[in-house]
Structure formats: C-alpha cells, structure tokens
Design a binder for this molecule. Structure first.
Ligand SMILES: NC(=O)c1ccc[n+]([C@@H]2O[C@H](COP(=O)([O-])OP(=O)(O)OC[C@H]3O[C@@H](n4cnc5c(N)ncnc54)[C@H](OP(=O)(O)O)[C@@H]3O)[C@@H](O)[C@H]2O)c1
Length: 247
C-alpha cells in the first residue's frame, strides 16, 4: 500500500487556479492544516495578495496551464525546498463564451475551454508525475463537476470537458494504483469568479446568475471536501465525491 505524507507533517501541494474561488479557498484551508501550498495561476497580483495573507506556508508561482513552456519550467522555477510536491490539485478551468446553445458559440471559445480544462490538466499532470512518484506516494485531486456525469442545456463544450476530467480521473487511478491516490471532486453550483469569467467580466450578469439558484455552494464548502478526501488514511480512496447544494 502507498505511503502518504500527512497534511499536518508539511505535505506540499500545488494548486492550479489558486488566484480565485475554489483554488484560493483550498490554499487557505491546506495552509490552515499545516500543509505547504504552491499557489499557481496567471494573475500574479492576486496570487501575491493570497500569499501575503497566508504567510510562509504559501508560495505563489505564475502558471498558464495552456503554455508548454510555463508548465515545463514549473519545477525549475521553484526553489529546491519547494520541489518535493506530493499533492497536485488540478483546479484551473473556465467556460468563457459558454452558456449558449452549442451552435451559437464560437469555435475559438469551444477549443479554448477544451484546451484549458482538458489539455491543461493533462499537461500539468504529466509534468508533475515524476516529482510525485519520486516522493514514494502522493495524491492527485481533479476538480471535475456535476457536469462531468450529467448535462444541462447550453454548456456543451464545458460539459464535454468535465466528462473528460471524469474519464481521465478513472483511468489515471488505475495507471498508478498503490502509488498515487487519484481523487475527483464533482461540485454542483458554487458561487465563485467562474460566472464572471464566463461572461468576460460582466459582474452584474454573473451575480444575477448565481442569485437565480435557491442555494449555492461556497468555495470553502468544496475546499473542505478536498481536505477531507486528502486527509483520509492511505487505505481509503474517495474516488469520486459529488457535492450538491441542499435546496
Ligand atoms: N463555480 C462552479 O459553479 C463550479 C461548479 C463545478 C465545478 N467547478 C470547477 O471548479 C474549478 C474552479 O473554478 P471556480 O469556480 O473556483 O472558478 P474561478 O473563481 O473562475 O477560478 C478559476 C481559476 O482558474 C484559473 N485559470 C483559468 N485559466 C487558467 C490557465 N490557463 N492557467 C492557469 N490558471 C487558469 C484562474 O486563474 P487566472 O485567471 O489567474 O489564471 C482562476 O484562479 C474549475 O475546475 C471549475 O470547472 C466550478
């Protein structure tokens, strides 16, 4: 059976998409557990503010999951004492240009969704696998979605991307049984920066969208589920955790 470093014993997690929403909340909760966190995203100003707030257990790093050079140089851009990563959280994703019937969307938007949500996840996972394996055991958390196991209208590209996250998580788990614990968290609606990004900065439209749901989850709710899954003993795998708002 695999050995896992306890979060409290200074496990080192890299969280993609840590500049906002679920990723930022997760960085905070992992640091609260005593875990070291590399907070990765493109918006350096937001990561800097997060790192200042969380203190020395959090290290910001610029990362564009779509950029081979950015992902390929990630480990070498970290100081030696921040390279023993044993937890990867693939959280970065978007639905920019989505929430329209498929044919009314733009080809460029469909492909950008697949590029970030699927290719970006594969790219980062591939780059970090040797590092995680070198720790003698580790964990990969993929943030999927209820949209990875079901569908709603007007999100075809995003739903395709999250079904891919579900399939990738299942397959990766089998490839690294006994060496890497692969966890997928599948949230329902969460109030984050996601809708504002989808509508390219239209905060009012995003707020109205979230307000149209009787209840939304919070980023902290999902972060708590990730921490719960990561903290399980080595003989337990929370393979898929579907988390819905209670109405
Ligand atoms: N909100 C929901 O209702 C909901 C429901 C189910 C699942 N999810 C999933 O939860 C995860 C987090 O989303 P969220 O709701 O927290 O949204 P969010 O607040 O918009 O956060 C998305 C994060 O992804 C990062 N990101 C986007 N493109 C990137 C790229 N090319 N390279 C690196 N980072 C990138 C963004 O950072 P930068 O822009 O700074 O790079 C941001 O930190 C996603 O996987 C999403 O699909 C969300």
């Amino acid at each position: 059976m695999m050995t896992l470093r306890k979060l409290e014993a200074g496990a080192l997690a890299l969280v993609t998409g840590a500049s906002s929403g679920i990723g930022a909340a997760l960085a905070e909760q992992l640091v609260g557990k005593g875990c070291r966190v590399i907070a990765a995203a493109r918006r350096a100003d937001r990561l800097g503010a997060l790192a200042r707030r969380l203190g020395p257990l959090c290290r910001p790093v610029a990362l564009d999951v779509n950029d081979d050079a950015s992902v390929g140089s990630l480990i070498e851009r970290l100081p030696a004492e921040w390279r023993d990563i044993d937890i990867l959280v693939n959280n970065a994703a978007h639905d920019i240009g989505g929430k329209v019937p498929f044919g009314e969307g733009r080809v460029g938007d469909w492909l950008a969704i697949i590029e970030t949500n699927v290719a970006g996840m594969l790219r980062v996972t591939g780059a970090l696998l040797p590092t995680i394996l070198a720790q003698g055991g580790g964990q990969i958390v993929n943030i999927g979605s209820v949209s990875g196991v079901s569908a709603v209208p007007n999100e075809a590209a995003y739903i395709a991307s999250k079904h891919a996250v579900n399939g990738f998580s299942k397959a990766l788990r089998l490839d690294y049984l006994g060496r890497i614990r692969v966890i997928e968290i599948l949230p329902g609606i969460v109030r984050t920066g996601f809708a504002e990004a989808r509508w390219r900065g239209d905060a009012a439209k995003a707020a109205a969208y979230y307000d149209s749901f009787p209840v939304c989850l919070t980023p902290e709710d999902i972060a708590g589920c990730v921490v719960f899954a990561l903290a399980q003993p080595a003989n337990v795998t929370i393979a898929e955790l579907l988390v819905l708002p209670s109405e």
